[in-house]
Design a protein around this ligand. Sequence first.
Ligand SMILES: Cc1cc2nc3c(=O)[nH]c(=O)nc-3n(C[C@H](O)[C@H](O)[C@H](O)COP(=O)(O)OP(=O)(O)OC[C@H]3O[C@@H](n4cnc5c(N)ncnc54)[C@H](O)[C@@H]3O)c2cc1C
Length: 376
Amino acid sequence: MDFSLPEKILQLKEEAQDWVENVLNPLSVPLEEEERVPEELVEELRNGRFRFFGLTIPKEYGGEGWTATEWFTVLEELAKAYATVRLVAHTMNGLFWRPLLYFGTEEQKQHYLPRLATGEIWSANSLTEPEAGTGKDINSKAVKNGDEYILNGHKWLITLFPGYTKLIYAFAGTEEGITSFLVDVPNKGLVLKPMEKMMGCVGPRHYNVIYRDCRVPASNVLGEKGKGLDVAFGMLHLSRVSIAFCEVGLAQRMLDLAIDYAKRRSTFGKLLAKRQAIQNNIAQMGTEIQAARLLAYEAAWKFDQGQDIVKEAAMAKLFAEQVLIRVSEMALRIHGGIGYTKAYPLERHFRDARSFHFEEGTEEIQKLLISRYFLK
Ligand SMILES: Cc1cc2nc3c(=O)[nH]c(=O)nc-3n(C[C@H](O)[C@H](O)[C@H](O)COP(=O)(O)OP(=O)(O)OC[C@H]3O[C@@H](n4cnc5c(N)ncnc54)[C@H](O)[C@@H]3O)c2cc1C
C-alpha cells in the first residue's frame, strides 16, 4: 500500500493553493458583495493559469484527461475559494460532462464535449422538482411529436449561470419511463426564474427552470428512452466523491483559519493556542479531516482502477459532511464573537458549508445506500 502522491500532483496542489489565494479570491469579491459573477473571474477560469474547464474531459474531446485522483487533489484546494468557484469547479469538471461521455452518441459527444472543455458553453443539471422528493419521483412530462419532444415541467434549486449555461440536462416522463434530454439554451419554451436568495453559496442565484411546451429534437435524447434515471444517478457516484473532497478542503480551510486566530488571540494573558482545551479541539479537527480525506482518496483511487464505488462514494460524502459541520462549529467557537461577523471569512465559509447537505444526496440518502450493502 502506497499513500504518497506523485510529485506532479503535489506540484499541481501547490499551484492551485497559490491560484486561489493570489488570483481567484481577489477576483471573487463581487460574488458576495454584489451577487455578480465578474467577467475577469470567468476569463481567469477559462484561459488563466489552469484553463480549468477541460481538466478532466478526455484528450480526444479536447480536454486534459486528468484522472479522478489528480483532479480531486486540486479540487480540495479550489474548495477553499469562494463557494461559486467551488460550485463551478465541482460541476463543470467533476460532473456535467460525464453523462455525455457515458451515454451520448458519438455525434452528441463531438458536438458538446470540446466546447465544454474550453468553457465556451457551461452545462447544468435540472432534476429536483418542487412537488417531488429527492430527485426520483419526477412529474415533468415529455410527449413525442414527429421528430421532436415537447417538454412540460418545473424544476427548482438548479445551479446555473445565465449567459454562460448553454446546455441543460432535463429529466421527464415519456411512454417508456423517465427519459433524459439535452436542452440547448436559449429555447423559446424554457423559462429561467431566479429563486430566493440562499443562505450561503452567494453569487449567482439558483434557478427555477420551467419547461413550457419546450421543443427538443428527438436526436437530443440522451441514452436509452426510459433509462433517464441511469443517466441522472450514474453521474452521482463520482460526484459524491467530488463533494467529499470539497468538504475536506473547506474543513481544512476553517481549521487553518482557527489555528491562525488561536496563535494571535490572547485571553487572560495567554494565547488561545497555548490553552489545552483549544489544543484538544485543534487535534480533534485535524484528525477528523484526515480521516475524511483518506475515505475520499480511497473512493477516487477505486474509481481510477475501474471499480464499483457506490458504497465508498456514499461513505466518503456522508463522513466528510459530518466532519465539515463539526469543524465549522469548533472553528467558529475558537474565533469567539468576532468570528460571527463578516469581518472574518469564517462567517462566509460557515454558511457555505451548510449547502453540502443537499448536494448529491442528503445524509439520509447516503445512509440508505450504505445500509443496503450491510443488510443485503
Ligand atoms: C446549493 C444547492 C445547489 C443545488 N443544485 C441543484 C442542481 O443543480 N440540480 C438539481 O436538480 N438540484 C439541485 N439542488 C437541489 C438538491 O439536489 C435537493 O435539495 C436535494 O436532492 C434534496 O431534495 P429536496 O430538496 O427535494 O428534499 P426532500 O426530498 O423534500 O427531502 C427533505 C428531507 O427529507 C429527507 N428524506 C427524503 N426522502 C427520504 C427517505 N426516503 N428516507 C429518509 N429521509 C428522506 C431528505 O434527506 C431531506 O433531509 C441544489 C440544492 C442546493 C441547496
